[in-house]
Write a protein that binds this ligand. Structure first.
Ligand SMILES: Cc1ncc(COP(=O)(O)O)c(C=O)c1O
Length: 426
């Protein structure tokens, strides 16, 4: 068990790796508390992008050195992603424009099983990226869409989910962590229960879990999983894991001349080399964190172990940030502010440091402006594309403040100072 002070101090030093943490691109000071919308890019991502621009060939191949290098490079990035999420092989990893795009591609590829007489579950806790693609394809193909409800406290109604799964369920689309509320779902247990009741495939949206905790697709037991590069300190792209055993069921979009085997069958057109280089740079940064905290013994420093270690340490650090945040909120003792999602400090390990809140009687868009005008703190307002949660609460919009491992207690203090001022004046 690593000493919490060592972890805290380590993450204070790491802040220098994020050039835009304390200033924006104009050089003006600001506090970025909107990592849920997109994390900041780490320096190794920028550097990798620059050097790839000088070295890679547009086209991979097997004759000229530039072609060979590019083919090897694509393989290395897939391998690194596979190690990040615990996939069995690099062929299970494909690259897409975004997670939304990956999930549309996936839903389309499963159109043959989304047929009349079958059903597909989506949840009210999910981002629309993991709802609309399924609704679109299932509706067109004649399959029934079943929507899993929320409980009053905005947790997912697990009994409703299991009730809706039956022998005709062909797909369950579910989030690993809510980008609106920060709630983490116990997917390992849930997927086991789903698979006991049906032979449904499970597609996981891991966008909001990826920067905050360990992803292990073997342990989780999902068939598909997607996440985004720009939420893990890298560039904009979507990554799809598709389990080898599920390959025979998919028919992705492809032009006639495209290869029929995974991962190539998933990818339309040439891969974005520069973007992949940035992703590699960002993942290598996580490996550095893992190496720092892993035992220096033979076998312990494998990439998979180091990724696990990095995400374990990040989770410990962020749980302490969440505790600090919740304690500060309790100290406020204001009945004007309401936090949604998990509020108990004892359950902090079931959430990531993403907090949705409202200040009663003030519009979310005005709160966002006040934070920016008063102290140049950037937070979010709106439905965060998890619009069903916002509708469930009968609101038009919610504010959201979201942290990552490069944030610290001082950033939370600044947030609360501004919040107190706003509460006094409204
Ligand atoms: C939970 C979740 N899923 C999916 C997405 C969509 O990701 P992308 O922008 O890569 O399509 C987001 C983006 O914010 C998200 O937070």
């Amino acid at each position: 068990m690593t000493d919490p002070d060592i972890i805290y101090n380590f993450f204070q030093k790491i802040r220098t790796r994020f050039p835009y943490l304390e200033k924006d691109s104009t050089g003006e000071k600001r506090i970025y508390l909107n990592s849920g919308a997109g994390s900041l890019m780490v320096d190794s991502c920028y550097r990798a992008i620059e050097s790839a621009g000088f070295s890679l060939n547009p086209m991979p191949g097997s004759v000229a050195p530039g072609e060979i290098l590019t083919a090897e490079f694509h393989h290395q990035v897939r391998q690194l992603v596979a190690e990040f999420i615990g996939a069995a092989a690099p062929e299970e990893i494909s690259f897409h424009l975004s997670t939304t795009n990956a999930l549309f591609n996936l839903a389309f590829s499963l159109r043959k099983i989304l047929q009349k007489g079958k059903n597909c579950l989506v949840t009210d806790l999910d981002h629309f990226a993991n709802i609309t693609p399924w609704e679109t394809v299932a509706t067109e193909q004649g399959a029934e869409i079943r929507r899993v409800k929320l409980n009053d406290d905005c947790s997912l109604n697990i009994a409703d989910l299991l009730d809706k799964v039956d022998k005709n369920t062909v797909l369950v689309a579910i989030t690993a962590a809510s980008n609106a509320l920060g709630t983490i779902l116990p997917l390992r247990e849930l997927i086991q229960q789903i698979k006991q009741k049906s032979s449904a495939l499970v597609a996981v949206d891991a966008v909001h879990l990826a920067p905050h905790g360990i992803i292990d697709v073997q342990d989780m037991g999902c068939d598909f999983l997607s996440f985004s590069g720009y939420k893990v300190f890298g560039p904009m792209l979507g990554i799809l894991f598709s389990r080898k055993e599920a390959q025979s069921l998919v028919t992705p979009y492809r032009v006639e001349t495209n290869k029929v085997v995974a991962p190539f069958c998933w990818e339309q057109g040439m891969l974005p080399n520069i973007t992949l280089a940035g992703l590699k740079g960002a993942l290598e940064y996580l490996l550095e964190i893992g190496r720092e905290f892993s035992e220096k013994k033979a076998g312990w420093q494998s990439n998979r172990n180091c990724f696990r270690k990095a995400m374990e340490i990040i989770k410990i650090y962020e749980e302490n940030l969440s505790l600090y945040f919740l304690e500060k909120l309790n100290q406020l003792k204001s009945d004007k502010i309401r936090l949604f999602g998990i509020t108990e400090t004892a359950r902090v390990n079931s959430r990531v440091p993403t907090f949705a809140f409202e200040i009663k009687g003030v519009r979310a868009s005005d709160i966002k402006k006040l934070f920016w005008k008063n102290t140049r703190i950037l937070i979010a307002d709106g439905n965060h594309y998890s619009a069903v949660i916002v509708r469930h609460l009968k609101k038009e919009a919610l504010n959201r403040v979201s942290f990552a491992h490069y944030d610290n207690r001082e950033a939370i203090d600044c947030f609360f100072q501004t919040l107190e001022n706003i509460l006094h004046k409204t």
